[in-house]
Design a protein around this ligand. Structure first.
Ligand SMILES: Nc1nc2c(c(=O)[nH]1)N(C=O)[C@@H](CNc1ccc(C(=O)N[C@@H](CCC(=O)O)C(=O)O)cc1)CN2
Ligand SMILES: Nc1ncnc2c1ncn2[C@@H]1O[C@H](COP(=O)(O)OP(=O)(O)OP(=O)(O)O)[C@@H](O)[C@H]1O
Length: 203
């Protein structure tokens, strides 16, 4: 890949990261409450099609949509919640570890909280029913631009070949993270569903 082809992605990443970082604590709180309502609506329409027992989500960083209310609600539903952990051996990949109330967390190299490594707490990715993914920007086709590490793209690359298989990938984002069209690369894993505080997009 030439450096030139990657430049527009870098500029868009910077622009949207600044927009979400500029949201006030009040706007963040309102967004977190609204998206919980949307997530409940989406769950109600989906739990009939397939049981949802294992759900991966993330802890917000860099102005991302705060997921604490969603996590509390998932725990109330007796759903097992998992968080991404940077893979200790396979560079650029993620592991998903169970996250329980009052779980001790440690900071990874990006300053994001993650559970401490423990082999019993790992859920193999194909046993996750739903993965709520963070993202920097999304477009009208469900294409996703992330933080630039390629972590989600590598970890879920298998879903490009098996798009109908578990887990269901669902992006969570502020409305300001929408762009009509993103410049994409072959490795980008698209998201069939993206939920924002005001809408549920299905692609
Ligand atoms: N909340 C959250 N957790 C997540 C992700 C995410 O996007 N959001 N990830 C999604 O993949 C993974 C971490 N990926 C990340 C990739 C880059 C940076 C980052 O801050 N990069 C810096 C420079 C990096 C450096 O210091 O080397 C930057 O761009 O400013 C953060 C997270 C796993 N956990
Ligand atoms: N399936 C893959 N196999 C190998 N390398 C990959 C794969 N997917 C992405 N990469 C590499 O990861 C780097 C970052 O990719 P990209 O900019 O698409 O990440 P991102 O989607 O923004 O990040 P993330 O998924 O961590 O949020 C690219 O340079 C690319 O070469």
């Amino acid at each position: 890949m030439t450096k030139q082809a990657l430049e527009p992605r870098k500029a868009l990443r910077q622009q949207i990261r600044q927009a979400r970082q500029a949201l006030t604590p009040q706007q963040q709180q309102a967004a977190a409450q609204s998206i919980l309502k949307q997530v409940k609506i989406w769950f109600n329409s989906h739990c009939h099609q397939q049981p949802i027992k294992n759900v991966a989500i993330y802890l917000a960083n860099d102005g991302e949509l705060n997921t604490h209310l969603i996590i509390d609600w998932l725990w109330q539903q007796n759903i097992t919640v998992y968080l991404p952990v940077l893979h200790p051996f396979t560079a650029g990949h993620l592991l998903f570890l169970q996250y329980q109330k009052d779980e001790p967390l440690i900071l990874n190299k990006f300053g994001i909280s993650e559970p401490q490594l423990s082999s019993q707490a790992i859920c193999p990715v194909k046993e996750l029913d739903v993965v709520f993914t963070p993202l920097v920007a999304f477009d009208q086709q469900g294409q996703r631009l992330g933080m630039g590490g390629g972590y989600y793209d590598r970890t879920f690359a298998f879903s490009l070949l098996q798009p109908q298989t578990k887990p269901l990938l669902v992006g969570l984002a502020h409305d300001c993270q929408y762009l009509p069209s993103l410049p994409n690369q072959a490795w980008d894993v698209p998201l069939p569903t993206i939920i924002t505080p005001s809408e549920i997009f299905s692609f």
